[in-house]
Design a protein around this ligand. Sequence first.
Ligand SMILES: [Fe+2]
Ligand SMILES: [Fe+2]
Length: 234
Amino acid sequence: MTTVSDFDPGATFAADYPQLPIPAQGRVDTSPIVLTAALDESLNPVWAAVVPETRARRNDFHLPISLAYARRLCDAHPQANRELVLVATLLHDTGWAHVDESKIISDGFRGDWRKAEIRFEHERLGCAVARRVLPSLGYSTEFINGACRIIDGHDTRPLAHSIEDALMRDADRLWRFDTTGIAVVSGWLDMTPAAYTDRLESEIIPELITSAAVDMAMADLGRSRTLLQTGILR
Ligand SMILES: [Fe+2]
Ligand SMILES: [Fe+2]
């Protein structure tokens, strides 16, 4: 007998996690992300393999900071496959290095950006990067396919289909709440920090899937607003 989950992997995930945002099962660290302790070196070979890809679209900020959030989200969700979340997060936007750079802002952010062809392209090309670099680093075909299932659609697929997918998506959003993310993304969008932090609160926090991510986002947002004096500078 076939069930809905045979066709829709998201159905199984939704059934396993009926409560949204998903409650944390482990420790939730809401301290400033800049206080992240020295990281283990297990992912250094992956970083070394994608240095050129970190030069695109401020990936040299976006990817390491998102990875730091991903580690914290994995601490809060010990049931998730940690290595899969971390590798998928590290690689998820490497495809931006292989698209027409002139269209990144014009097509990737304006209008209905989730349906922009360049969004689909950066996801496909990110999978190509994963399939290029991971095999020689000892990752199995099964693991690489799992990473690509997360990378492919991370921006354009409306819903997460696994806890690992959900944690990567939350990590991808959380970096924006740190002052570095606010500086970079408000510049891309030509918005003031005050207007951008307002948007974070009204549009991005409701998109977060886990309660750990909501807690981290709220803590960062409060600190960033205070630091940047967005109550006055608006
Ligand atoms: Fe992306
Ligand atoms: Fe991203």
